[in-house]
Ligand binder design. Structure first.
Ligand code: 2DT
Length: 212
């Protein structure tokens, strides 16, 4: 009996400061890869469509107050509850592009008073480690030029500065720092190339675990 082996999909995460163009590029990348014959799903965190996501949504819209550790753990739980879906998708050979992941979880929570980076990493430890993290890099000046921040919690200049500094502490060799001041099309070209390389490179590899 000849059985053909299904190669796994790659896990690709888009990170970066607010207003860096993450969501636009992540959605475009899903389409770009589909069009290139590499089936790809799009996901985002927080996923506000679940029950836990509903609590997070309310918190972000400043409708409820939650203790800093408690909301951190809910953001984390929102990823764990989607783990079966992530695993199943990758196993059948479909790539996933995710708009924000555990890195956002850590850099935002650790930007708060009394929250350490090490503590914040613990609750996401053991999740699938992304094969590629595309970090969209915009200068502080350019972020300001892109217009006003919205009204959600965390959309404040001082807070975003601390977030940006925390991102620096998480980067490793799976990260690519992409200059987000490029045009939407040019940016997508660069991102597509990185994604195709990693899809090809990791297709026979085991999915590694995050921060273990
Ligand atoms: P969006 O604007 O991209 O929907 O993000 N956040 C996100 C956290 O504080 N912890 C997390 O684990 C994640 C995924 C970043 C909503 C805000 O939620 C923050 C911005």
């Amino acid at each position: 009996v000849v059985t053909s082996k299904v190669c796994r999909g790659a896990l690709i995460v888009m990170e970066g400061c607010d207003r860096s163009g993450k969501t636009t590029q992540a959605k475009l990348l899903k389409k770009t890869l589909d069009d290139a014959g590499k089936p790809t799903d799009f996901m985002c965190f927080p996923d506000r469509s679940t029950q836990i996501g509903g609590i997070i949504n309310n918190y972000l819209k400043c409708g409820t107050e939650l203790e800093d550790h408690a909301i951190h753990l809910l953001f984390s739980a929102n990823r764990w509850e989607l783990l079966p879906k992530i695993k199943m998708t990758l196993a059948k050979g479909t790539n996933i592009v995710i708009d924000r992941y555990a890195f956002s979880g850590v850099v935002f929570s650790a930007a708060k008073e009394g929250m350490s980076l090490e503590w914040c990493k613990k609750s996401d430890t053991g999740l699938p480690k992304p094969d590629l993290v595309l970090y969209l890099d915009v200068s502080e000046k350019d972020v300001q030029k892109r217009g006003q921040f919205g009204a959600e919690r965390y959309e404040k200049e001082e807070f975003q500065k601390r977030v940006r500094a925390n991102y620096e502490l998480l980067k490793d060799d799976t990260w690519r720092i992409i200059d987000a001041s490029l045009s939407i099309d040019k940016l997508q070209e660069v991102i597509k190339e990185e994604a195709l390389k990693v899809i090809n490179k990791t297709k026979d590899e085991k999915i590694p675990e995050l921060w273990v």
